[in-house]
Design a protein around this ligand. Structure first.
Ligand SMILES: Cc1ncc(COP(=O)(O)O)c(C=O)c1O
Length: 387
């Protein structure tokens, strides 16, 4: 029997037609935002059509919010009641930070590889008695376990780590940190914004207590929708003071005289859910599940190997660790003038971004070896801007 021609097609050939921008540009900036798909565009149109047709179909919109909760739960191997549907990663983490008490254990351990919002949220808790200790990376761009070992102690309430750093592309040894934290009685929060959708994320396998992420990047959704996971045993540990009526134990009671947070992770929510972004987010997640997250991970690792080898051949410096299990989708390349390099690549129709003097190249399921070769050819033309 002849082989199924669809099954043997390379992944990008199967999915590229869903993303119109790829007809015009080499889009390797999914670490900032995923490419717009036909499914997500249709979802926004559906939102407007439903609004137009039904007026205020809140019953359906609440049901869509629950569908988003279920989709997030499925994505990270949690139960739906362990998930809060939030409007940003920051909103979920802030709800947690305002809900913890810092009297018995006051220290929060934060790495210097975190997204700024994480440091800012924890430092804001200094007013409530929290003490933030920063853990610096080593020269290779990763934070070795020894650095955590020195920082996590009997006074540590929580360790706040990023799965993959937005700055360097380095992947944290999450299981190693969780083990250290457990030994010393500390909780662990994982920022999975740079991994959710780009590789399988399993809260049970990782052993984390809390996880926050959003749909803007590898989950192919858009701004305004994020989620927060809380391990069931910890629901009652936090009493969020950044809150709102959708966090209440009974949303429909409309009780203005009392604050009784939901007994589930919904206590980390706030006000009206972001309905338009929920339509888009569900479409993005469903598309990503159809494409296949595990297959995307394998595909992007291959592309990254090609990219790293090519950059090194050009005499450039890759800041991201080379080892497969030490990086995510994002590869960071050092430049002598990163703004110029990003703009020169842009002139060649290549969309990238930058942080810390590094150009960031982040591939997805829809990127092909041709895309990587186009990036390498453009970098060769700009070799003088490589450090
Ligand atoms: C690792 C990481 N964490 C957090 C954020 C920001 O999340 P939010 O704006 O939803 O709070 C980003 C976004 O760029 C990110 O890359």
């Amino acid at each position: 029997m002849a082989a199924d021609p669809v099954a043997v097609q390379p992944l990008p050939d199967r999915v590229r037609h869903r993303f119109p921008i790829l007809e015009r540009l080499v889009y390797v900036n999914s670490c900032s935002q995923g490419a717009l798909s036909d499914a997500v565009r249709d979802a926004y149109e559906q939102y407007l059509a439903d609004w137009d047709e039904h007026g205020a179909p809140w019953e359906y919109w609440v049901e869509r919010t629950e569908a988003a909760r279920t989709a997030f739960a499925h994505l990270v191997n949690a139960d739906p009641d362990e998930i809060a549907v939030t409007t940003s990663l920051s909103a979920g983490v802030s709800a947690l930070a305002t809900g913890l008490r810092y009297a018995r254990r006051s220290k929060i351990v934060v790495t210097d590889l975190e997204f700024p919002t994480i440091g800012q949220i924890w430092h804001a808790q200094a007013a409530r008695g929290a003490r933030v200790e920063h853990v610096a990376p080593a020269d290779d761009g990763t934070v070795p376990l020894e650095h955590f070992e020195r920082a996590i102690d009997e006074d540590t309430a929580l360790v706040s780590i990023t799965h993959v750093s937005y700055r360097t592309g380095a992947m944290t040894d999450v299981e190693g940190v969780v083990e250290l934290a457990r030994e010393r009685g500390a909780l662990v929060l994982l920022d999975a914004y740079q991994t959710a959708g780009s590789l399988p994320v399993d809260v049970k396998a990782l052993g984390v207590d809390f996880l926050a992420s959003g749909v803007l990047k590898y989950l192919l959704g858009s701004a305004g929708l994020a989620f927060f996971y809380c391990r069931r045993e910890l629901f009652e540990r936090a009493w969020p003071t950044a809150t709102g009526w959708f966090a209440d134990q009974d949303i429909f009671e409309m009780d203005v005289h009392d604050y009784s947070p939901s007994p589930t992770a919904r206590r980390f929510q706030s006000g009206t859910p972001p309905i338009p972004a929920i339509y888009a987010g569900i479409a993005g997640i469903e598309l990503m599940e159809e494409i296949g997250i595990a297959e995307t991970r394998e595909h992007v690792l291959e592309l990254n190997e090609r990219l790293i080898a090519g950059v090194e051949e050009l005499g450039g410096t890759v800041v991201t660790p080379r080892e497969r299990k030490r990086h995510g989708a994002l590869i960071c390349i050092r430049s002598t003038d990163v703004d110029k390099l990003v703009s020169e690549l842009g002139r060649d129709g290549i969309v990238t971004s930058s942080r810390d003097g590094n150009v960031r190249v982040s591939a997805h399921s829809y990127n092909s070896t041709d895309d990587i070769d186009a990036v390498l050819a453009a970098l060769a033309r700009q070799r003088a801007l490589l450090a």
